[in-house]
Design a protein around this ligand. Structure first.
Ligand code: OOG
Ligand code: MG
Length: 271
């Protein structure tokens, strides 16, 4: 490598590290950034910033808990104006207890969305390019559960393009998973109701909205994890992506997601 090539590699690494720090600070101080404050040249760099951001959290003692998919439904793509699937990392600190409390003050402008979660019984991917088939996927999953995700973009007004949202760990903020249920091959026709307070309302949807079948979101998670170096280990959870557009997280009150045949999951939002 010539001196200039080496210099520019160093500059690139420093630029990506600076982006990870800026997003990390925005998250901890709850002060949103403008997308223009983060300079990224494509999706590869964005996943590198995401990994660096999780490394900062791990250095503070946090453990990675799994992977979340984003933009696996048309409703989400349309809401956010991004039309490609993305993957992010779930940190232990974002995990809430089913029926437990979640403090809204921890976030900038949180939204909530209905999802379905898979619990992995074995490692998936890493050194294979192949997409696992349905049987292999089913063997790699111990259980499934209804889940709620809280997203909270670190960008002002939730405005971002694809690389920016990937670098921001796909807006991941918190999640809660209901009681694990035995694996079933058919997950594509489960009706869901998300009840929200203030004002009292119910959003309804169907798991078919998730790529036609949430199992496809798991296959896509394996592909993206392989391509971009996200770990998918036994014991990890994989969130399939929202089945409906996200709703603003209420200021306070009980949010309940009911999923036909899979039970329900709840959160008490407190100010
Ligand atoms: C990005 C995260 C998308 C999903 O379920 O589609 C996502 C965002 O909407 O800010 O989590
Ligand atoms: Mg989501």
């Amino acid at each position: 490598m010539t001196h200039t090539a080496l210099d520019s590699t160093r500059q690139d690494a420093a630029r990506l590290q600076a982006a990870a720090h800026a997003l990390d600070q925005a998250r901890m101080l709850r002060q949103p950034l403008d997308q223009g404050q983060i300079e990224l040249r494509g999706v590869e760099e964005a996943y590198a910033v995401q990994a660096a951001g999780m490394a900062l959290r791990e250095a503070r003692g946090e453990r990675q808990y799994g992977i979340k998919m984003g933009f696996t439904s048309r409703a989400k793509m349309q809401q956010m104006g991004v039309s490609e699937m993305i993957a992010g990392r779930l940190g232990e600190a974002g995990r809430a207890e089913d029926g437990g409390e979640l403090s809204r003050a921890a976030f900038i402008h949180p939204r909530i969305e209905p999802e379905i979660a898979f619990l992995l019984s074995r490692d998936l991917g890493e050194d294979t390019d192949a997409t696992p088939g349905p049987d292999e996927l089913a063997r790699a999953v111990d259980a499934v559960a209804p889940a709620l995700e809280i997203i909270d973009s670190r960008y002002r007004d939730f405005r971002f393009d694809l690389p920016a949202v990937v670098a921001d760990n796909t807006s991941a903020a918190a999640f809660v998973v209901g009681a694990w249920q035995p694996v079933r091959p058919m997950l594509d026709t489960l009706g869901l109701l998300m009840h929200l307070p203030q004002p009292q309302r119910t959003v309804c949807g169907c798991t078919a909205a998730i790529l036609g079948d949430p199992w496809r979101a798991l296959a896509a998670a394996v592909r993206l994890a392989n391509r971009h170096g996200l770990p998918l280990r036994a014991g990890a959870i994989v969130m399939a992506g929202a089945a409906t557009a996200a709703e603003p997280l209420p200021e306070r009150g009980l949010v309940t997601l009911e999923m036909s045949g899979l039970g329900r999951v709840q959160l008490h939002v407190v100010p």
